[in-house]
Design a protein around this ligand. Structure first.
Ligand SMILES: CC(C)(COP(=O)(O)OP(=O)(O)OC[C@H]1O[C@@H](n2cnc3c(N)ncnc32)[C@H](O)[C@@H]1OP(=O)(O)O)[C@@H](O)C(=O)NCCC(=O)NCCS
Length: 330
């Protein structure tokens, strides 16, 4: 199954979705929303004060006629939202008074719109940090059954030499700061599944500064052990580690460092040891390797909620909105 943008748009045309943008008056969101409104496959909900949102759109020169704008301060189902939130957070001792203060914040309010079924998906983070975008999702939408963590991956795309796009997946570059061995196994499974959605037949490398024991220490052991556990858990996916990045992607280097590896030299799905390595890794590919980077795509949540980079542009908002909503058709 290849989910290029054309395929995603076709899926959404057959099954239109609603996506909530938590930063309704941001010019990049307004530009993306005006493009979505001009088509009919994805309906935007903009969170914010109606007057402010329309004024921002007019000033920036975007037509958002027909957009649904919901103001957390004047939402007719706010009392119901507060009740649901208190119930969800009852083990934290959430009071109605506290809930009211939290739920007027657009990131929490937008996430509750998804939880209440008013929207199918959410995209935020044009101005919020990743942590502030993701935290409400972790607390409200929560992890899917059978999952212990929410993680994330980036899909990287650039034109390949043969005319076909080169597509890679990298996880977890954005959520789990220092994942354990078992969490890395879960990140591997989720990242490989996401890679498949984007047409990648995953060959997974657990990355390290060491290949097959060339380096020593607990960081190396973590990646080697995680790779072994992942091989057992996902026997149909080629997985290997620990591998250095050159051994993972260069057939010439792999012949020297890991000649018997079924992944070495041909990896297309990369599991990083921690968020430092992952975040730097995808950004180096994006900024110096001419890859378009889509993500972070959140994995393991009960509903599609995604985060934008604060440095994003309107094209990235539009693309991420389509990816996020297409995941809601899954
Ligand atoms: C994800 C993240 C925001 C959570 O941070 P936090 O809110 O301070 O963490 P907390 O431990 O207070 O957890 C908040 C809630 O989320 C849950 N949670 C935290 N991490 C989770 C994960 N990976 N999966 C599922 N749930 C998680 C906690 O259980 C807790 O739930 P509760 O309130 O119901 O008990 C944090 O791991 C983080 O900052 N990651 C890096 C984000 C970043 O800066 N990325 C780089 C830019 S792309």
């Amino acid at each position: 199954m290849y989910y290029g943008f054309g395929t995603m748009i076709e899926l959404l045309k057959k099954n239109p979705k609603t996506i909530v943008f938590t930063e309704g008056s941001d010019p990049r969101i307004l530009e993306a929303a005006s493009r979505l409104l001009a088509s009919s496959f994805l309906h935007p909900i903009l969170v914010g004060n109606e007057e402010e949102v329309f004024r921002a759109a007019e000033e920036a020169g975007y037509n958002i006629r027909g957009a649904q704008i919901i103001d957390s301060y004047h939402f007719d189902r706010f009392d119901e939202m507060v009740d649901i939130f208190c119930e969800l957070r009852k083990d934290k001792g959430m009071t109605h008074e506290e809930a009211r203060k939290i739920l007027v914040q657009p990131n929490y309010f937008g996430t509750m719109l998804v939880q209440m079924g008013i929207a199918d998906a959410l995209l935020g983070g044009a101005t919020y940090s990743t942590a502030d975008t993701v935290r409400p999702a972790l607390q409200i939408i929560k992890t899917k059954p059978g999952h212990s963590i929410v993680s994330s991956c980036f899909i990287l795309v650039r034109p390949g030499a043969t005319g076909e796009n080169e597509v890679l997946a990298m996880g977890d570059c954005a959520i789990n700061i220092n994942p354990s061995e078992d969490e890395l196994v879960e990140i591997c499974g989720e990242t490989a599944e996401c890679a498949k959605i984007f047409g990648v037949d995953p060959k997974v490398a657990f990355l390290s500064f060491s290949t097959y024991g060339s380096g020593k220490g607990p960081d190396v052991d973590k990646m080697r052990n995680a790779a072994k556990k992942a091989q057992i858990k996902y026997p149909t996916i080629p997985i290997d580690g620990e591998l250095q990045f050159d051994a993972a992607v260069s057939p010439r280097v792999a012949r020297t460092k890991c000649p018997n590896s079924n992944v070495g030299g041909h990896a297309n799905t990369f599991i990083f040891p921690d968020i430092n390595a992952g975040n730097l890794g995808y950004k180096i590919a994006q900024r110096m390797g001419n890859f378009e980077a889509y993500g972070p795509i959140l994995l393991g949540l009960n509903a599609p909620i995604n985060d934008l980079s604060r440095g994003c542009n309107a094209i990235e908002v539009y693309s991420m909105a389509i990816i996020t909503a297409a995941l809601a058709t899954e």
